[in-house]
Design a protein around this ligand. Structure first.
Ligand code: B12
Ligand code: SF4
Ligand code: SF4
Length: 374
């Protein structure tokens, strides 16, 4: 077995069933990325537009000059079920159902590089990434032969769909690059574009982050724009709709999954009203190993309030109105006011009118005024 085959077999044993080698040449669709940034499609993710980070994305050699090859790898996570969840429960994107991949994948990458060293009997200089560096990971994976970029913008493998994390090992080893994945298996299908509730998928295989539910529920640290709130449905962290409808993901339902990524029921589909009771300690205890910790309690409860507003059960209104008096985080109070008004306007309006004048936070007062105006 040659070294490339051996590395791929070893990667598979370590939980990466898909692996390919690519060069350090500039990514093939760099121009798409640059145009995307120039048109502001990255919304508030300023780190993507920083000049140094753009330079590094344009030239993978510059991020690790010793490297001679990139090993691109994919590790599957649980496929998001197609069955509708009870609307009074929240929905969390399936990549976040288990342990945070940032706490799982780097150790595997280190182990793989160590095993390559042992096999070759010499030191191998390496650098490992998984959503942790200025790299166009999907573009490099496509050039390494793993799959194609679907219209939903996800990298899709023909064998098992798109529910996987990407990771890379930059190695100072001269390895023959694999053939890039040239076919486009989307064909005439447009299911993802039609199913996206916010219409944010663009025709050039990029998306408008500012309208994407994944961006709004995870990356946006401020109030969610009012016009988007109804479209969030019961998604409280991320969104899987454009992957759920993808026909290639029927293969993903039987993927073997790392134990660490198996669904925790209390995380994957929590009872929304129970989540409202999470204080800082409760939030940290529940999510300390979960990707959900990224939003912090304030972002998570903002999302929970909006989902409650969308769930349509007026019985939740008193608990939401209570938050106007008891909740120290303004971001949560603003979302709770919106949700209570949607569920039971008759009770909510007089309370909101008062809060619009008296809340201690100007941003909350403004948010409530928009709620009342709408
Ligand atoms: C910013 C970001 C986001 C943003 C923007 C997403 C986007 N589509 O641009 C937001 C917050 C919305 C997001 C959401 C999600 N993300 Co994200 N995200 C990233 C991040 C950090 C950068 C992506 C980026 O540069 N976007 C800018 C666009 C222009 O680049 P791109 O998406 O890579 O697209 C390339 C292609 O479009 C290609 N291209 C364009 N036209 C064509 C045409 C052809 C023929 C070909 C072949 C290629 C091609 O050129 C582009 C530039 O190279 C990457 C990690 C990384 N460093 O790459 C993870 C990453 C893309 N995200 C990931 C995941 C899992 C998600 C979510 C599924 C999470 C969730 N369930 O909520 C969603 C999916 C939403 C979606 N449909 O993309 C995975 C994707 C794995 C996969 N199978 O593709 C990544 C790779 C992280 C990882 N290491 O696993 N994400
Ligand atoms: S993650 Fe959701 S909101 Fe974002 S593009 Fe996909 S379907 Fe649309
Ligand atoms: S749903 Fe259809 S168009 Fe969208 S990524 Fe999947 S195959 Fe391509």
């Amino acid at each position: 077995m040659d070294i490339k085959q051996w590395i791929k077999a070893e990667a598979k044993r370590l939980g990466f069933p898909f692996a390919g080698i690519t060069s350090l040449d500039p990514p093939p669709h760099l121009e798409t990325f640059e145009a995307w940034i120039a048109s502001g499609m990255h919304a508030g993710m300023g780190y993507l537009a920083a000049p140094l980070s753009q330079q590094k994305r344009a030239d993978p050699r510059s991020i690790f000059p010793a490297a001679k090859s990139v090993l691109s790898l994919a590790m599957p996570y649980a496929a998001s079920g197609r069955v509708a969840v009870d609307p009074t429960a929240g929905r969390v994107a399936s990549y976040a159902w288990g342990t945070d991949y940032h706490d799982v994948i780097p150790a595997r990458l280190a182990l793989l590089a160590d095993r390559i060293e042992v096999r070759l009997g010499c030191q191998v200089t390496r650098r490992a990434y998984t959503d942790t560096g200025p790299i166009l990971e999907r573009d490099l994976a496509q050039r390494a032969g793993l799959g194609w970029q679907g219209k939903n913008t996800c990298l899709i493998t023909p064998q098992s769909g798109s529910y996987f994390f990407l990771a890379e090992l930059f190695l100072d080893l001269n390895l023959e690059p694999d053939v890039s994945f040239r076919a486009d298996h989307c064909g005439t299908c447009r299911r993802c574009i039609e199913a996206c509730p916010t219409g944010c998928i663009r025709e050039d295989r990029t998306l408008d982050s500012s309208r994407c539910i994944s961006y709004q529920t995870i990356e946006n640290k401020g109030p969610i724009p009012h016009f988007l709130r109804p479209q969030l449905g019961n998604w409280i962290f991320g969104c899987d709709i454009c992957q759920q409808v993808c026909p290639w993901n029927r293969f993903a339902l039987t993927n073997p999954i790392e134990d660490a990524f198996q669904a925790r029921p209390d995380v994957a589909a929590p009872v929304l009203l129970d989540e409202l009771r999470l204080d800082a300690r409760g939030f940290n205890l529940k999510f300390h190993l979960s990707p959900v910790r990224r939003t912090k309690r304030r972002g998570y409860l903002r999302n929970v309030c909006i989902a409650l507003g969308n769930a349509g059960d007026a019985a939740a209104a008193p608990a939401l109105l209570d938050l106007l008096k008891t909740e120290p985080e303004g971001l949560i109070r603003g979302a709770a006011a919106w949700a209570a008004n949607r569920l039971d306007p008759q009770t909510a309006i007089p309370i909101l009118e008062q809060a619009a004048g008296s809340d201690s936070d100007a941003l909350v007062r403004e948010d409530i005024r928009i709620t009342l105006g709408g």
